[in-house]
Design a protein around this ligand. Sequence first.
Ligand code: 5AD
Length: 355
Amino acid sequence: MNRAERLAWLRETDPRRLEALWAEADDVRRRHVGDAVHLRGLIEFSNRCGRGCLYCGLRRGRAGLARYRMALGEIVACARTAGELGMGTVVLQSGEDPSMPAAWLADVIAAVKTETRGAVTLSVGERPAEDYALWRRAGADRYLLRFETSNRDLYARLHPDAADGLDGRLAALHALRDLGYEVGSGVMVGLPGQTFDDLADDLALFEQLGLHMVGIGPYIAHPASPLAALPAAAGAVSGTELMASKMVALTRLVLPDANIPATTALATIDPAAGRVHGLERGANVIMPNVTPAARKALYEIYPSKAGVTVDAADAVADVRRSLDALGRTVGVGRGDSPAMARRRLSPPVTEEVSP
Ligand code: 5AD
């Protein structure tokens, strides 16, 4: 599918015509990654953050938010819960906290690996490459680092303290790939000032990076963030469930064997249908939250986050029921990316290379 066709789908609003896009994404998903939906236990282990990203509720300087970093033992207990609930991967996520010692997280990774024997995914932001290397040696398997938007100017405006802008983010993604991580990235949909062309560029960048995992969610304004005060620009795309769904579907077509979650943001913007639509329109991963309730409430990236009041066991039982209803199965094992096996031998991809 060429760029013009992708743009046409992004602008499409007729629900009957969109059925064709959903059907194609669902078909490609089934043929390339199958009916199994992999569950990843999300552990939000720290909400401390040194960055001032304009959209985020965890941004440095946000007044009135109690900050926490869980102790190693508490994190390992969450990982045990994830394992007991049948999840073969835990995701360790936090704000970007420069005061977090890399060696401490390496100890956490090793302890979690010993506890669960499953895969460990990190989502802790931009750090020096030697930290990525240390954590890889400690046993980390995968790394999530969204580039948020491929529009350089918009990226710079949203991330005032990212010295190297989008290039710094892309350099980090390449460093992670070179270290042998399965690499995930992604974007928010409906950022103020974002255009349809930007979304088409996002899709092209997913493809160019040859990502193993792609997370996409609608942008949800946080009243305590500076971006919430900004009106949506004319001609901009909206952060609706439909727009985010279209990006999920197109991402599946662009990267047929990637692991793509139905994200929490999608479930938050549309509690009734968001997650199911994600799964029916290209997604094959769900990330149930296994963070203890008291911590989870403080991990407020955006308001009214789905699942904040739901206990992990209930959340997983609910996921199992909805997968049953959809005729899908729960993935067993680690759920490694099939894209990884295929791309392991290829050089760091900066341009299209033919297989
Ligand atoms: N709305 C939706 N998603 C957000 N994120 C951060 N702030 C928001 C928001 N206000 C997403 C970013 C980040 C991920 C962890 O959460 O894409 O990479």
